[in-house]
Write a protein that binds this ligand. Structure first.
Ligand code: PAF
Length: 286
């Protein structure tokens, strides 16, 4: 696995792979990789001949009081995991490489609709930062396909919309969330949790699962389910951010008649903000 730092080196390596007739897959990340990221790379390696991963902690998607400075940087361990998962080329640009003219005047990509509400409301500017950096990575790599985790459900919807609206010839694949045995979705931010917070953290997924079971059993009073789950969060030491039931594709608020739903949650434990989601397909017999 080759590691390159500049767009120039990246394009040269990709041109060579293209010349060899290879299909190219991209897995964009911010590093501090865990088994969830490895699953994205493994999926890419099954689908294409040449897998490119990127590690870039993108300042444009962090708010002023967020964790940009303390976001874990673990390059050597990440390189090992990527190699093992089947990555062929790793791109690790620095901020000047990605934003040579600075961030203030940077052209930005704004995806309307699905970016609004949920994390878009709690983290103003976040999805603009994500859509901008992902567009730049797509233009640099020009992959045939790109793979993202379903854990960031709204982000995946933003990227699908971006690709559709801007006619990018890239297949977007969403890969299932990888969970710890107790249900907690794997996330780089789990590393911020104290032992006590880590023990409380599965409350989020437990709440989603209980809501999903109630909905499958016919409950349509979403507000009642949300109130009960947020009460559980409070009892476990969380400060709820949002908990909502949405239509799974459009992300508009769900109605009692919708068959494809997703429950999305964000909550703080201490200063760490965790997110998770659970999709429910009422047409599939489980
Ligand atoms: O999901 C992430 O790690 C980031 O938001 C992404 C897609 C790599 C863009 O910086």
């Amino acid at each position: 696995m080759n590691t390159v730092k500049t767009g120039r080196e990246l394009r040269a390596a990709i041109a060579q792979a293209r010349a060899e007739g290879k299909q190219i897959g991209l897995v964009p990340t911010m590093g501090n990789l865990h088994a969830g990221h490895a699953a994205l790379v493994e999926k890419a390696a099954q689908r294409v001949d040449f897998v490119v991963a990127s590690i870039f902690v993108n300042p444009l998607q962090f708010g002023p009081s967020e964790d940009l400075d303390k976001y874990p940087r673990t390059l050597a361990a990440d390189q090992e995991k990527l190699l093992e998962a089947g990555c062929d080329l790793l791109f690790i640009p620095d901020v000047d490489e990605m934003y040579p003219a600075g961030m203030a005047g940077q052209t930005r990509v704004c995806v309307s609709g699905v970016s609004e509400g949920l994390c878009g409301a709690s983290r103003p500017g976040h999805f603009e930062g994500v859509a901008t950096v992902v567009t730049k990575l797509f233009n640099l790599v020009q992959p045939d396909l790109a793979i993202f985790g379903q854990k960031d459900y709204q982000q995946l919807a933003v990227i699908r919309t971006l690709v559709r609206d801007l006619n990018m010839p890239i297949q977007i694949i969403g890969e299932a969330t990888v969970r710890a045995e107790d249900g907690l979705a794997l996330s780089s931010r789990n590393g911020y949790l104290s032992a006590e917070q880590r023990a409380a953290a599965p409350t989020l997924y437990r709440g989603l699962s209980e809501m999903a079971t109630a909905i499958r059993n016919g409950e349509r009073d979403f507000a009642k389910l949300i109130a009960a789950a947020q009460q559980q969060q409070l009892s476990a030491g969380f400060r709820p951010d949002y908990l909502e039931v949405r239509e799974a594709n459009s992300l508009r608020p769900a109605t009692a008649d919708d068959r494809h739903l997703v429950i999305l949650v964000a909550a703080f434990i201490g200063s760490t903000r965790l997110i998770d989601n659970l999709a429910i397909d009422l047409d599939s017999v489980t």
